[in-house]
Design a protein around this ligand. Structure first.
Ligand code: GH3
Ligand code: MG
Ligand code: MG
Ligand code: MG
Length: 296
């Protein structure tokens, strides 16, 4: 985290807010809400809070209900919520955990204890985020991995069927890459894949585009709201830029340099199925019609 962690403090008592602020404002960026309504608005403010300290008894809605709301929304579900309340009986505490609370602190709270619990929750959140990033990232190229790509393709297909529009897919495969490895060695092969990955990532400019390494020397670009003509332009730019790197490939029979073959396909809401298979067939045609080309 580059910024100080942001904590949203939700409490309707000015005294409580003042006390928590005094304990925490040297280490954290604090935001405050004095009602459920304010809390539910504040939580949408970007950047999102990293943690919420939530009172249970509030004028407009109780803290448990607020917690459930926050946990229901995928955009906010990962924010840890610590209840800070004067309700000390075990049934209340159990309820706090049942609705998704990460911890439960009974007032009056001690500064050292509340700070330690906050640190723990923030540390666990950071670890969760790191593991999630690793789970969806390709270790060699830092592009998205196959798992991420499959999930994104599924979601984009569903969105297409709901909303219509166009979704394009570009599949890229390095030509004669087995020979490249045999000739230059595996470490050089890895470096070549990294350079191609960097080209692909640079050529994709829209935030919604996804670039993934989906196989050994195969890459995919998922392009929402992109026509076949638009995807073809991107694909052709990638093919040319890879060639312009002039990475020597002595054992290629079609060029002195590393080249890629590319297949492109587009789906609209009415016939969203088989997008991947269609792009794969175009890639196969690119391979059988000489390589170093784009087929749409
Ligand atoms: P084509 O032009 O028909 O695509 O031929 P090709 O040799 O590229 O295709 P093939 O699928 O036969 O071989 C892919 C090769 O990619 C096999 C393997 O040596 C290499 N490869 C796969 N993953 C990696 C990797 O992570 N690092 C390196 N260095 N090479 C890899
Ligand atoms: Mg209260
Ligand atoms: Mg291949
Ligand atoms: Mg290949």
């Amino acid at each position: 985290m580059i910024h100080q962690p942001i904590i949203l403090v939700v409490d309707d008592e000015p005294n409580n807010i003042e006390m928590l602020a005094g304990m925490l404002d040297d280490q954290y960026e604090l935001r405050f809400a004095v009602s459920a309504q304010e809390a539910l608005t504040a939580i949408k403010e970007m950047p999102k809070p990293d943690l919420i300290l939530l009172d249970v008894m509030l004028p407009d809605m109780n803290g448990y209900a607020i917690c459930e709301r926050i946990k229901e929304d995928p955009a906010t579900a990962d924010i840890p919520i610590i209840f800070v309340t004067s309700l000390g009986d075990p049934e209340q505490e159990e309820k706090g955990f049942a609705v998704g609370g990460a911890d439960y602190i009974v007032k009056p709270c001690r500064a050292l204890s509340i700070k330690a619990r906050i640190r723990n929750q923030l540390e666990m959140k950071r670890t969760r985020e790191l593991l999630h990033r690793l789970a969806i990232t390709d270790g060699l190229t830092s592009l998205a991995n196959r798992r991420h790509f499959d999930e994104a393709l599924k979601q984009e297909m569903q969105r297409l069927q709901r909303q219509g529009g166009q979704l394009s897919l570009v599949l890229i495969d390095v030509d004669f890459f087995k020979r490249f490895n045999d000739y230059y060695g595996h470490p050089a092969g890895d470096e070549c894949l990294r350079r191609i990955a960097a080209v692909i990532a640079t050529e994709l400019r829209r935030p919604a585009d996804l670039t993934a390494r989906i196989g050994g020397e195969e890459f995919a670009c998922l392009l929402p709201e992109t026509s076949l003509a638009g995807a073809y332009i991107v694909a052709e730019r990638i093919r040319q830029t890879v060639l312009s790197l002039k990475m020597p490939h002595q054992s290629s029979t079609i060029s002195d340099y590393v080249t890629v073959s590319v297949g492109v396909a587009t789906s609209s809401g009415t016939e969203a199925a088989h997008l991947y298979q269609r792009a794969d067939i175009q890639l196969y045609i690119a391979k059988t019609s000489g390589r170093n080309c784009v087929v749409q």
